[in-house]
Design a protein around this ligand. Structure first.
Ligand code: HEC
Length: 127
């Protein structure tokens, strides 16, 4: 009996400490799809200032969502938000826009490397 309950306790501990990847909320998926659309439009030079400003707003919501979850997420959010703000102000300055989008991309990648788990081309989890 003692051995059984010890085994059970061990199992529960294993489950509790397993790095669980979880299904993102609909709200989180929408924010990411919005960022993807904004990124795509800026790369194609479509309404750059408008899309960069929208990205800055989306990133504010992403930052709130990820507040104090991890240092990697915090840094990634700061990079993408600052990059989007700079992109919105770049105007016709192609070099400034390029530098700004590099910063945006570093943020996207930083957080995806740390917290995105790919299930398939259309499904991702939060880890
Ligand atoms: C602080 C973390 C974080 C930042 C910053 C971030 N992402 Fe994500 N992103 C995630 C996570 C976690 C997922 C997987 C869960 C999901 O899909 O909601 C994801 C998923 C996605 C997806 C797939 C959405 C789907 O389910 O179809 C796209 C597209 C995406 N991100 C684009 C971006 C772009 C573009 C940026 C930068 C402008 C960015 N993300 C910045 C965390 C982040």
């Amino acid at each position: 009996m003692r051995i059984l309950s010890l085994t059970f306790a061990g199992l529960m501990l294993a489950v509790a400490t397993m790095p669980a990847a979880e299904k993102p909320s609909a709200e989180h998926v929408k924010m990411m799809k919005d960022l993807g659309a904004q990124m795509g439009a800026i790369r194609k030079s479509v309404d750059v200032a408008k899309n960069a400003a929208a990205m800055e707003e989306t990133m504010k919501a992403v930052t709130k969502y990820w507040a104090s979850k991890s240092d990697a997420a915090k840094k990634a959010c700061a990079d993408s938000t600052a990059g989007a703000a700079a992109a919105a102000k770049a105007g016709d300055d192609k070099a400034a826009l390029g530098a700004a989008m590099k910063m945006v991309g570093a943020g996207c990648k930083g957080c995806h490397d740390a917290h995105r788990e790919k299930v398939s081309d259309t499904e991702y989890l939060i880890k």
